[in-house]
Every structure is written in structure tokens, then in C-alpha cells.
Design a protein around this ligand. Structure first.
Ligand SMILES: CC(C)(COP(=O)(O)OP(=O)(O)OC[C@H]1O[C@@H](n2cnc3c(N)ncnc32)[C@H](O)[C@@H]1OP(=O)(O)O)[C@@H](O)C(=O)NCCC(=O)NCCS
Length: 157
């Protein structure tokens, strides 16, 4: 396994991966559409196959993770990709890293808290707005949990 940055050479493959995980390259965060097909990020490869992907945006002195996906869970891929973002955010002199997950995402809620992130905000019923912009978002999420809210986590660097 090895890591590469997202580049013009792998952008199409990355976009296909994002669509396979999230139905389109548009993501809605805090009621705003984000075009995932232009973001920076890191890819975990196994040969020529993508095993994991993290994307992020750095604005002024804050870094926000927009997506983190692992196709082979519990093998350290998510942690390795998260650490790459922490590394680049430090290099770019960011003071914090933010990430949003939905209320049904028990895995992510555990994952981020165990890695130094703290819950800082609840966007109550945020998914009502998200669904207006992206109707493919289901009503019921992981483990049959109603998909309703966004939870923001932060880690100070
Ligand atoms: C959240 C997510 C990215 C984690 O990815 P992952 O590759 O499973 O992450 P890791 O393997 O690094 O860590 C997961 C667990 O496996 C354990 N683990 C890591 N390496 C391991 C190994 N070699 N053997 C056994 N267990 C291992 C870790 O301890 C960790 O457990 P913990 O969270 O209780 O500490 C993944 O579940 C995912 O893709 N979810 C769907 C998309 C999503 O919701 N993304 C987050 C919102 S942005």
C-alpha cells in the first residue's frame, strides 16, 4: 500500500471513487454545496486500486476534512490518511482541523474522538436543508438511525 496526493493524473479515478461512495461529487455541508471534484487530498492505493481517500480544504488558518473513506476498515487506512491531513495542516500553519459527520455515523463519531477531536457544534436538522440541495440523501442512515443532524468536531493543532 502507498499514498499519493490527488493530482490531474488520478483526478478522474478519484471522482469515480467519490461518486461510488457519496452518489455524486457534490456534497452538502452546513447547507452549502461543495464540489468535491476540485479538492485536495490523499489517496491510499493498493496497486492501482484506491483503498481509501481523504479530501480537505484549507482556508486561512483552518483546515476542514470534507471526506474520509476507507474501503478496508480496521487496517489503519483511515488513521494513516487522517495523519497525512494533520501533517499538511501543520505545515500550512493551520491552527485547527474541523470535520463534520452525521448523527448516524457512530463509527466516525468514535473514530475522531479517539484521535484528539472534540465535539464542538450540532447543526440541528441540517439534513432537511441538505436534502433540498441533494435529494439522493436518504432519510435513514447507518444502523437504521434517522439521518437528521450534522455534528462538528475540531482538533486544535
Ligand atoms: C471512519 C473510517 C474512515 C475509519 O477508517 P478505517 O480504515 O477503518 O480506520 P482505522 O483502521 O485506522 O481505524 C479503525 C479501527 O481499526 C483499528 N485498527 C487499526 N489498524 C488495525 C489493525 N492493523 N488491526 C486491527 N485493528 C486495527 C483501530 O484501532 C480503530 O479502532 P478505534 O477507532 O476504536 O480506535 C471508516 O469507517 C469509513 O470509511 N467510514 C465510512 C465513511 C465515513 O463515515 N467517513 C467519516 C466521515 S467524514
Amino acid at each position: 500500500m502507498y499514498i499519493r496526493k490527488i493530482s490531474s493524473e488520478n483526478r478522474n479515478q478519484v471522482n469515480d471513487f467519490i461518486i461510488s461512495k457519496w452518489f455524486s461529487t457534490d456534497m452538502v455541508v452546513r447547507g452549502e454545496l461543495v464540489d468535491m471534484s476540485t479538492l485536495d487530498g490523499f489517496i491510499m492505493y493498493d496497486g492501482e486500486n484506491i483503498l481509501g481517500l481523504v479530501t480537505y480544504i484549507i482556508k486561512e488558518n483552518e483546515c476542514e476534512i470534507m471526506s474520509l473513506d476507507s474501503l478496508k476498515e480496521n487496517h489503519g487506512i483511515g488513521t494513516t490518511l487522517l495523519n497525512k491531513v494533520i501533517e499538511i495542516a501543520r505545515e500550512k500553519k493551520c491552527i485547527k482541523i474541523k470535520v463534520i459527520t452525521t448523527n448516524d455515523n457512530i463509527n466516525a463519531i468514535r473514530f475522531y474522538q479517539k484521535r484528539g477531536f472534540d465535539m464542538t457544534k450540532l447543526y440541528y436538522n441540517a439534513l432537511d436543508i441538505s436534502r433540498k440541495l441533494k435529494p439522493s440523501i436518504p432519510l435513514v442512515g447507518n444502523s437504521g438511525i434517522p439521518l437528521k443532524h450534522e455534528i462538528e468536531f475540531e482538533m486544535n493543532l
